[in-house]
Design a protein around this ligand. Structure first.
Ligand SMILES: *Cc1c(COP(=O)(O)O)cnc(C)c1O
Length: 400
């Protein structure tokens, strides 16, 4: 079927324009035509129309957290997701506070390095590449160091694709009378982070992940009491969450030039998210994407880094095959020729690559991804996609 937009639909979703690959990456990702089209006009940043768009966006985002008591508020911030993490840490961890960082990959370590830049006290539980930080470890760390005031958890650690047990972590944090901050960048919108089920003070996410917008800003969702308390605490003029919030509440405007087109695109993405059935339906589509893709890749002999229990519906890490004919750079190029951009791995110990499940695509596309992988292996003359023994030994640690 040929739509009026000149794009072809398969399985309900339009395909990217001719020659444009699918992005099997955790943001930027493949967006819908409607989202791209929403950017084809200009808005005045102080104009009533744009202020109404900002208000609508904040309201829609808050609704996704299940906050019915008006306890939380949403503060969009210009920049990529890391700007928001930095804004959150600088605004909610007091200058004389201390943060416990739960790391099991690049994003956890980035939060720690942000604290170093902020020159604020922190301590780190580093679980390596992919082991989850558990509630009992958090409790023990909080018992051992009374000066810790806050904990940051990474909801889905996108570097391995692990879905960290935030509910368990939250229970441990509040049982010890401390406060939780969540980097839900790559999970929010597809994995529930309902304030009625999981307690936290603030969380961050960004426009170009599971809501399926384009990059350009992120948002902080925080308790109003925390937003009030953040006054005068930030190290940074532009990353001051309280100041951005106070200005938005007073004038309906962003403090500095907003990414107007990105906001327009994001609003369209939020409407499509709602039309699809919200967090639950978005999560279900991504899980189906993952299941179809993982099953197909396993059928080719590939092995996932993580066991079923920790596999997120966001992105999946596969070991590179042991076969000496396998060269990742060539595999990447062959996949790209077939219309799929994949992602290199980020593990320290063994060679790996990642395939994202998020973005405007469904299981039909994932079947084509598997087919493309099969053909690419044949072109490289790789007979067996099984990983090296060392990789499996590494994975066995997970079960331990
Ligand atoms: C994407 C992401 C970020 C932010 O990365 P940016 O490149 O700054 O957008 C932070 N944390 C997690 C877990 C992410 O997936």
């Amino acid at each position: 079927m040929r739509a009026t937009t000149g794009t072809v639909t398969t399985g309900g979703f339009e395909t990217p324009a001719k020659g444009e690959p699918y992005l099997l990456t955790p943001g930027p990702l493949t967006t819908s035509f409607a989202v791209k089209q929403a950017m084809l006009r200009d808005w005045g940043s102080w104009d009533g129309d744009f202020r109404a768009m900002t208000a609508d966006m904040r309201r829609r985002l808050l609704a996704l957290t299940g906050d019915t008591r008006g306890e939380f508020d949403c503060v969009p911030m210009q920049g990529s997701g890391s700007f928001c993490v930095e804004a959150m840490l600088g605004s909610f961890v007091p200058r004389d506070g201390k943060l416990l960082v739960l790391a099991n990959g690049a994003y956890g370590l980035r939060a720690a390095s942000t604290m170093q830049y902020l020159n604020r006290a922190y301590t780190l539980i580093d679980k390596g590449d992919y082991l989850p930080p558990r509630g009992d470890e958090v409790a023990a760390a909080l018992d051992a160091d009374r000066s810790i005031t806050h904990v940051i958890a990474i909801h889905c650690e996108t570097s391995s694709g692990i879905l960290n047990p935030v509910a368990e972590i939250s229970q441990a944090v509040y049982a010890k009378g401390r406060k939780l901050l969540v980097d839900s960048m790559s999970a929010f919108g597809a994995v529930a982070l309902d304030v009625n089920e999981i307690r936290y003070e603030a969380m961050v996410s960004s426009a170009n992940k599971c809501i399926e917008g384009v990059p350009g800003f992120g948002f902080v969702i925080a308790k109003k009491s925390e937003l009030e308390a953040a006054k005068g605490r930030s190290h940074s003029l532009s990353l001051d969450v309280h100041a951005q919030w106070a200005t938005m509440e007073k004038t309906g405007q962003w403090r500095f030039t907003p990414p107007t087109h990105v906001v327009a695109a994001f609003l369209e993405a939020l409407r499509m998210h709602e039309a699809e059935g919200g967090v639950e339906a978005r999560g279900a589509r991504y899980r189906r994407n993952r299941d179809v893709m993982v099953e197909g890749m396993r059928g080719l002999g590939f092995e996932t880094l993580l066991s079923e229990r920790w596999l997120s519906p966001i992105i999946v890490t596969f070991f590179c095959p042991a076969d000496e004919n396998f060269v990742f750079e060539r595999f990447y190029e062959l996949m790209k020729e077939k219309g799929f951009i994949i992602y290199p791995g980020k593990l320290t110990a063994v060679e790996s690559f990642r395939i994202g499940c998020i973005g405007r695509m469904d299981e039909h596309v994932m079947r084509r991804v598997v087919q493309a992988a099969k053909e690419s292996l044949a072109q490289m003359d790789v007979k067996d996609a099984a990983p090296p023994r060392a990789a499996l030994a590494e994975r066995a640690k997970l079960a331990a």
